[in-house]
Design a binder for this molecule. Structure first.
Ligand code: NDP
Length: 335
């Protein structure tokens, strides 16, 4: 087996030196366990938080152990009556080629149907990121037809689904993304009404003006993935009784300060601001996965992936994700 371990903790920006590729034997299976050959590894921004030692909503990754992470793969050996060789499964296999999973534990492994949805999509649009989009949009923002919803990191795994789900509910969807190519995709492929390039509008004044033009009726819902200046500019255009789903603050994940310039706007506009962690909303997963799976299977919803090749490429691809080098869901192809 090959695994990638976290061998040191970064201060500020992480580097490939924080990771090490390690060879390890595959242990024999005990009763209840299955051996999964992982086909794709998901790279996600939360992994940056787990590289730190400090308190966060996720437990820190232990040093010199295999990096945790979502995977999809195929059962290649089974000592569990519920799983047969050949079953396609999604789980938390980690940064490794093979994982031994105690499938008798509830929720650690889920069988998936790849007839109409490609296996890799279960890590993105029809997986944790898609459900994140659904939970924040549907349960916190709850957009009404004609309302305007803004989402940052709009071409990414979560953001791309937020806008499409908002459009399906009759809302106006406005994205914020890095670069003309991503913005083009967000409007032309994903069907958002507008998209603002945060690289071309990199200061508050310019972003605020661009939002004013893209949101002539103000902003009723904000799905926040980035924080900092982008959040400040959105709050400036917020309507009374608007809602903010606080999903991520990626502009501060390397420890950069992300002050809020005008918190009084939350009061002035009588806003609802709610943070959430998707794994604490398990009751919504079935409805979310049903809508997302149906949408991807029928082509109603579009998704895009950036796929790094081979386990050894995972650290570099992960560093790229934190800098916006990914275009859509960042995956690593393992098999
Ligand atoms: P994405 O596919 O959106 O990739 C991350 C993107 O963030 C990059 O492509 C880049 O897009 C953007 N970005 C990175 N740094 C900056 C910056 N300094 N300023 C502006 N944009 C930046 O990742 P995900 O869809 O997986 O995650 C999106 C967000 O959702 C993250 O904040 C993540 O932590 C959060 N999340 C939260 C969950 C929860 O339960 N609360 C669950 C899953 C994700 P661009 O090039 O467009 O700038």
């Amino acid at each position: 087996n090959q695994q990638i371990h976290l061998v040191s903790r970064p201060t500020g920006e992480p580097s490939t030196a924080n990771f090490q590729l390690v060879e390890a034997p595959v242990p024999d299976l005990a009763d209840g366990q299955v051996l999964v050959k992982n086909h794709y590894l998901s790279l996600d921004p939360y992994m940056r938080g787990r590289m730190n030692d400090g308190k966060s909503y996720a437990q820190p990754q232990l040093l010199n152990t295999t990096m945790g992470g979502g995977t999809v793969g195929e059962v290649v050996a089974s000592k569990n009556a519920g799983y047969a060789v050949g079953d396609k499964v999604v789980g938390m296999g980690g940064w490794q080629l093979y994982s031994v999973v105690d499938a008798s534990q509830p929720g650690v492994l889920r069988k998936v149907d790849t007839t109409h949805v490609p296996l890799s999509a279960y890590l993105g649009a029809v997986g944790m990121p898609g459900v994140t989009a659904w939970v924040g949009l549907v349960t916190i923002i709850d957009p009404k037809p004609g309302e305007t919803v803004v989402v940052s990191a709009a071409s990414g795994a979560v953001g791309s689904m937020v806008g499409q789900l908002a459009k399906a509910r009759g809302a106006r969807a406005v994205g914020i993304a890095g670069g003309a190519e991503k913005c083009d995709y967000v409007v032309k492929e994903l069907g958002f009404d507008a998209c603002i390039d945060h690289r071309a509008h990199s200061d508050f004044k310019s972003m605020s003006q661009a939002l004013k033009e893209a949101c002539p009726n103000g902003i009723d819902g904000n799905f926040e993935n980035v924080g900092g200046m982008i959040l400040d500019a959105v709050l400036m255009r917020a309507n009374a009784f608007s809602r903010v789903a606080m999903c991520g603050m990626i502009s501060g994940y390397n420890g950069e300060p992300i002050p809020l310039a005008a918190p009084q706007l939350i009061l002035v506009n009588r806003m609802k601001v709610q943070g959430f962690i998707v794994s604490e909303h398990m009751q919504h997963w079935p409805a979310a996965l049903a809508e997302l799976g149906q949408g991807i299977a029928t082509g109603k919803y579009k998704h895009r992936e950036t796929i790094a090749n081979g386990l050894a490429a995972a650290p570099e691809a992960f560093l790229g994700l934190l800098k916006g080098k990914n275009f859509g869901k960042q995956l690593v192809k393992l098999a």
